[in-house]
Design a protein around this ligand. Sequence first.
Ligand code: FES
Length: 160
Amino acid sequence: MKDKEEEREKVRALLSVLPPEKRYLMLFLHRVQRETGWVTEEAQRMAAEYFAVPVSEIYGLVTFYSAFRTEPGSKNEITVCQGTACHLRGSSRLVEELTRLLGMKSGQEKPEKGVSLKTVSCLGCCALAPVVVVNGKYFGRVRADQLSEIAGKLQTRNDE
Ligand code: FES
């Protein structure tokens, strides 16, 4: 119960810093995803009321864009964009390197390590290609030689 109230408070706080205009809805959803790890039904309902849009529209957004989750995921989530812009700028090499570093393939989850690795077709920030998202944090223009540092941090985070 306490967790739910804490979550509501986080959502209220995130809403309170944005004007109640529909154009801020996506920004709000990204922030909720980053702060809480997923966009709960309650967060969707609160956003619907605040931005005066049908909750069905918000549900459509969070289920359409793979940047959002509607249920809790792994402790460490890594997403590599494989859309056209990212692909042209070497995202396949990033997937290969992460596969090697983590000992897992895209689409796999390693419960014992609390890590999941997935690819998506566009994250909507192509100017930053290639893009990798780690636990909701976006990294742009990522090079393969930067990934071992990211993987090292995941291990540390998992050991906490
Ligand atoms: S193609 Fe990767 S962000 Fe659009």
